[in-house]
Design a binder for this molecule. Structure first.
Ligand code: LMR
Length: 386
């Protein structure tokens, strides 16, 4: 049977992690996978999460199943953080814990495929390289609209709007909630308004991926576009990740929410969501969600989490400023947000930097800004010069 399998290339990002680990040089720099690092290049467990885990270890008296929704309290506690005042009618909303943001994306994609098997999902060019494979794995057709001009370093907004103007009613538009991956270029609030209007007038559905809330401009600002869409549109899906903002990457902690046209549709959607989750992972892993729940349920831990997250966000902003000041070619980085940036370097340049300096980034020239220490900025910019 298995001799019929076609060889498949390894995932470029995971391949980059392996190549970095295998590099024997001491002075190497990992700017590949999107993992927050502190000034010393470490990704420590966040203080509040550590405290919550200690509590969890002491108090947890059972590992029995929680059910298909996962940790319901975890989902409830996240809701005010994610949606703020835009939460809306609970009868039209479904929220479920998922294994990471990827699990939420896959679950949303499967739901779309059940509702409308021939729907096209529109993604920006470029987008996170895993978006298209996830959507296609659910059987969906993926089309791409212009999003970012790497030469001008700006969003190709007019072209994006033109492309969305051609989407068929019932098609889906996948949007990055904040801290766009891989470009760092986020829609302005006016652009969100215009996109939401286009989605409404074309009878499209918004599917929003929010994986970096709190790492761009702060928790509320980073959710502003999502909240507008959630309030204005009859149907929205949200894939949410706690990996980065709670630093629980390997615990696979996320959630998916759906907002539906009315309570009856929501009830049927809920049955479908639970049935799909049952075939995908049955019930989501507990540990990360339990730790996040303990943090958010305790005012002191929650406050400490917010403080630490703000410091992480500030460090990213400081690094962006430092890169922008160090090289006029990188001035645009100060205007963009989050962990990722696309640099003016092609694949040959990327490989040359890897060979000569042990600097690892994706072939497309994406860096994880958090991989730099402030003292790395000057040598990094020097290495970037042609
Ligand atoms: C990234 O883009 O580096 C992160 O989202 C991690 C991943 O799974 O790709």
């Amino acid at each position: 049977l298995f001799s019929g399998l076609e060889p498949r290339p390894s995932d470029p990002l995971l391949g980059l992690m392996t190549a970095f680990r295998a590099d024997p040089r001491d002075a190497k720099l990992d700017l590949g996978v999107g993992v927050y690092k502190d000034e010393h290049g470490k990704t420590p467990v966040m203080r509040a999460i550590k405290a919550a885990e200690t509590r969890l270890l002491a108090d947890q008296d059972s590992k029995r199943y929680l059910g298909g929704d996962g940790d319901i309290r975890f989902v409830e506690l996240l809701e005010p953080i994610v949606f703020g005042d835009a939460l809306g009618d609970p009868a039209r909303r479904i929220g479920i814990q998922t294994p990471g943001g990827t699990g939420a994306l896959r679950l949303g994609a499967e739901l779309i495929a059940r509702a409308r098997p021939n729907a096209t999902v529109w993604t920006g060019d470029p987008t996170w390289p895993n978006h298209t494979p996830i959507l296609r794995a659910a059987g969906l057709t993926v089309a791409s609209h212009p999003f970012y001009d790497p030469r001008a370093r700006t969003i190709r907004f007019d072209e994006m709007m033109l492309a969305l103007g051609k989407a068929a009613p019932g098609d889906v538009v996948l949007l990055h909630g904040c801290c766009h991956n891989p470009t760092g270029a986020d829609l302005s609030i006016e652009q969100w308004d215009a996109v939401i209007e286009r989605i409404a007038e074309r009878d499209l559905v918004a599917f929003i991926d929010l994986a970096y809330q709190g790492l761009g401009d702060g928790l509320d600002a980073d959710a502003a576009g999502l909240r507008k869409a959630w309030s204005a549109l009859p149907e929205v899906l949200l894939a949410y990740s706690c990996d980065k903002n709670f630093g629980v990457y390997r615990e696979r902690t996320g959630a998916m929410w759906g907002r539906f046209a009315d309570a009856d549709t929501a009830a049927i959607a809920r049955g479908n969501i639970l049935a799909l989750a049952r075939t995908l992972w049955s019930m989501p892993p507990d540990h990360g969600a339990a730790a996040v729940r303990i943090v958010l349920d305790d005012p002191e831990l929650a406050a400490d989490w917010r403080t630490e997250l703000s410091a992480m966000c500030e460090r990213l902003g400081g690094l962006r400023q430092a890169l922008a000041s160090a090289d006029p070619r990188l001035a645009y980085l100060a205007e963009q947000r989050g962990m990722f940036a696309l640099l003016p370097v092609d694949k040959t340049g990327v490989h040359a930097m890897r060979d000569a300096h042990g600097i690892y980034m994706t072939d497309g020239g994406r860096i994880n800004v958090a991989g730099l220490g402030i003292d790395d900025v000057a040598p990094f910019v020097d290495a970037l010069r042609p």
